[in-house]
Design a protein around this ligand. Sequence first.
Ligand code: AMP
Ligand code: MN
Ligand code: MN
Ligand code: MN
Length: 283
Amino acid sequence: MKADLHCHSHYSDGTQPISHLLARAITNQVTHLAITDHDCISGLHDIPDDLTGIAIIKGVEISCQWGKIEIHVVGLHIDPNHAGLIPLLESQQMARRRRVEMMDEKLTALGHDGLIEYLDGLPCVAYTRSHVANYLVEQGLCKNRQKSFKTHLGKGGKIYVPSQWCSLAEGVAAIRAAGGIAVLAHPGRYPLNKAKLASLVTAFETCGGEALEGSYPNIHPNAVIQMNMLARKYGLYLSAGSDFHDPEAKWTDIGKFPPLDPTCEINIWHHPQWRLLPLSSVP
Ligand code: AMP
Ligand code: MN
Ligand code: MN
Ligand code: MN
């Protein structure tokens, strides 16, 4: 079994359609793939019913506010039609749209119009700063995406607009209402020291979170050990995924990240809900 439980399509800030993600996963011998777009589930409707050779897990990645910090919560095995989830995602998508409109106003004031026209030409339904970064680079306003986050899109940047996300508790509750497993995404990527990260994991578990990502690309070996210890301490399962966005970004690929220890008894495939998967289609 090779499970990649975190990736993005062009409905959020991935560059590829669902068909590409599926083909790439099969080429890379991934047996279980979760599609987890930022605050949207449109891609889940593009998964063919008669797919064989791979099990697809319906997912989402919700941006949440926890104090002053933005936290990402992945939901796995969600029911995309559940009434508990859809309003929250619509509200997040509206917040994302409002944010890029405000960024467009700031950019126009700086003498550059056209951002909204550019965004409206994309297939995405959840607009992210990543799309705006691409626009800034295409227009020659920034040298590369990384720099655009520094000068324009990050806190204090020229067109920075604060985001309006749901709370951590609301994000986790919506995932759980829709029958999903809430997973704390890439815990090592938040600007938190060890004590603060432990507070986050405590808060997450208290809200109903059930797992955390114990592996993702470029994770430091010490962080793998730290995540494993945190998961055990707070009674959480371990998940893992590539967070794939773009085949042009050479350091990421579907299925490419340090694998979880296959013998570990808290891996997410030991979660009772994992048994609900259409495993019969997997070779
Ligand atoms: P948003 O959720 O709209 O704030 O956009 C965040 C997305 O932008 C993330 O999911 C990443 O894909 C991407 N991103 C965030 N920070 C950076 C960065 N420093 N350089 C490149 N991409 C980034
Ligand atoms: Mn992203
Ligand atoms: Mn994320
Ligand atoms: Mn992600």
